[in-house]
Design a protein around this ligand. Structure first.
Ligand SMILES: C[S@@+](CC[C@H](N)C(=O)[O-])C[C@H]1O[C@@H](n2cnc3c(N)ncnc32)[C@H](O)[C@@H]1O
Length: 322
């Protein structure tokens, strides 16, 4: 059996018998006015963060959701788009498709604004998304891509890139590892399926996104997720996993490299009213300006006496320098 088959088997089990807290992070659930989430759907929250960022959803986008789980985030996306077929949820596991269908029918009873037709559940998988090129505004996946081995992750990201319109956004939440996960854990297919041993480091995760062509990535949240303790997992030392929420934009990669926003700002500390780096960044004296990590490094390197760069907050909500 391949690790992808083990994964499908695992999710078939947890579709039939919910495993509360399988992947969730300790954070308050996204509360939206007039949205009631059925208990059964909450119990099947198998996401490790959130991909539903209201700032990305203002224009009722068409959303392709990969790996529907119990349907929680599909419902949340439908809240913003509210029309038949606005959310296309792709799921290879029959039992999970059935569970999500049932949960969405329950949601329709509790939410007068919602109709099950708003979410179209399609059989398919992350490596062959059943939609044409450049046809959706948003692709979202929560706690699925971390399960994939690197070559499969590359394929899944290429597929997401293919189906997005130009300027479209890939919204993701996944665990990342604070150091590379040892091979004996990476090879454990059940741990991988449980989102515990496939995670990449932050640097490698971001590089995969850039490798398929995303020109801008914004980090929306980064927080502790799980501890792989040395006793249970046969490690020299404890290994902390974090949860990373990100938004990647299908825009061209600038000549000098992709823009990755992690919440850094640049502050001009000199005595003039403003500073112009002649590369498109004008900084007002004493006023923090959001910059991507590439620009932060350049400013700190070329103007060390005049510019203060603040640390990554790991929470960046849009806009920016480049
Ligand atoms: C960790 S769960 C996350 C579910 C959902 N995103 C959530 O936040 O609750 C992973 C989901 O991806 C599905 N899945 C597994 N392999 C897949 C594949 N190759 N392509 C698409 N979805 C897959 C699983 O059946 C399951 O529904």
């Amino acid at each position: 059996m391949s690790y992808l088959e083990t994964t499908a088997k695992f999710y078939s089990e947890v579709a039939q018998t919910p495993q509360v807290g399988l992947c969730c992070v300790q954070s308050s659930p996204l509360q939206l006015l007039g949205l009631k989430i059925p208990l059964r759907m909450q119990e099947m929250n198998y996401g490790c963060g959130t991909t539903v960022h209201p700032t990305e959803l203002a224009d009722a986008p068409t959303v392709l959701y990969v790996g529907v789980g119990g349907g929680l985030e599909a419902l949340q996306f439908a809240y913003f788009s509210r029309r038949p077929g606005a959310v296309i949820a792709v799921e290879p596991v029959a039992a999970m498709r059935d569970a999500a269908t049932r949960n969405l029918e329950l949601a329709a009873k509790d939410n007068p604004w919602f109709e099950p037709s708003f979410v179209e559940i399609r059989e398919g998988d992350a490596f062959a998304l059943p939609v044409p090129d450049a046809s959706v505004d948003v692709v979202a996946q929560n706690c699925l891509f971390n399960i994939f081995e690197p070559a499969d992750l590359h394929r899944a990201l290429q597929e997401a890139f293919r189906v997005l319109k130009l300027n479209g956004r890939l919204l993701m939440s996944d665990p990342i590892a604070t150091r590379p996960i040892p091979e004996h854990l990476q090879k454990d297919e059940r741990l991988r399926a449980m989102c515990l041993s496939g995670a990449l480091t932050y640097e490698s995760y971001i590089q995969h996104l850039v490798n398929v062509g995303f020109g801008q990535v914004e980090i929306r949240a980064r927080r502790p997720y799980r501890l792989l303790d040395r006793q249970t997992y046969g490690l020299d030392d404890h290994l902390l996993l974090e949860s990373l929420d990100s938004v990647s934009f299908k825009v061209p990669i600038p000549d000098d490299g992709a823009c990755i926003f992690t919440g850094k700002t640049a502050i001009y500390t000199g005595s003039k009213p403003a500073f112009d780096d002649q590369a498109g960044h004008i900084l007002q004296q004493g006023l923090p300006t959001a910059v991507c990590d590439k620009t932060a490094t350049k400013l700190a390197t070329f103007f060390p006496k005049d510019i203060l760069i603040t640390d990554s907050t790991w929470h960046y909500n849009g806009g920016g320098c480049c």
